[in-house]
Design a protein around this ligand. Structure first.
Ligand SMILES: C[S@@+](CC[C@H](N)C(=O)[O-])C[C@H]1O[C@@H](n2cnc3c(N)ncnc32)[C@H](O)[C@@H]1O
Length: 192
């Protein structure tokens, strides 16, 4: 059966698939096990994926995976996404965030509201007009609640002429992750 009501991470893939074309430069802001990076890599074989992660073990593990698979279009960066502007000097078509902690690993290494907000703001500058940012947000833990509140406040204040933004929620599930989708409008202007 073809399902249309999907969990946040799967829905993010469906949306990103419509936007990314081969040759595009894209960002996975939270590498973790690398599912989103591998997905992005498959959408732009001749482009480039920048993937950020603060856990060395995850970086090493994923570098081994891409070496074994012979994947050349992913650059893994062992640094926080809040520093993405230091590594990327081109505009990008999409940026995926999958917030929270990596299931099965150290739960104290979770994304945090201050660095997430900084990364989202920097990411919005790096996005091409017509580009899309997806943010899967987890509210089932304390830091996640704070992060979600601050993130929603930040993005609800963005100019609607510059950005179109949706918040996609399950309304009959408790604490289900939700998905924020931010499109930088085609008419975006740097100077206003
Ligand atoms: C929910 S997991 C990501 C799952 C991943 N997208 C996947 O496909 O497996 C969130 C990840 O963000 C990482 N993280 C936490 N703070 C970060 C930061 N400031 N910059 C980049 N990654 C961060 C965590 O270590 C964790 O691996």
């Amino acid at each position: 059966m073809y399902r249309v009501v999907l969990k946040a991470t799967s829905l993010a893939h469906e949306i990103v698939k419509k936007v990314v074309e081969d040759g595009d430069v894209v960002v996975d802001a939270t590498l973790g096990n690398g599912n989103d990076s591998l997905f992005l890599s498959s959408l732009t074989p001749n482009g480039k994926v920048y993937s950020f992660e603060v856990q060395k073990s995850a970086v090493d593990k994923f570098n081994n995976i891409i070496d074994e698979k012979g994947i050349k279009n992913i650059k893994v960066i062992y640094d926080g996404h809040e520093n993405m502007d230091l590594y990327i000097d081109k505009k990008v078509k999409t940026i995926m965030f999958n917030l929270g902690y990596l299931p099965g690993s150290d739960k104290t290494v979770t994304t945090k509201s201050n660095t997430t907000l900084e990364a989202v703001q920097k990411g919005l500058k790096l996005l091409l007009p017509g580009g899309v940012m997806t943010i899967a947000v987890y509210i089932g833990h304390e830091e996640g609640q704070r992060e979600a509140e601050e993130l929603l406040k930040l993005i609800s204040e963005l100019d609607s002429k510059q950005f179109s933004i949706m918040n996609i929620n399950f309304i009959n599930r408790n604490n289900a992750p939700f998905l924020i989708v931010i499109e930088k409008n085609d008419s975006f202007r740097e100077d206003i």
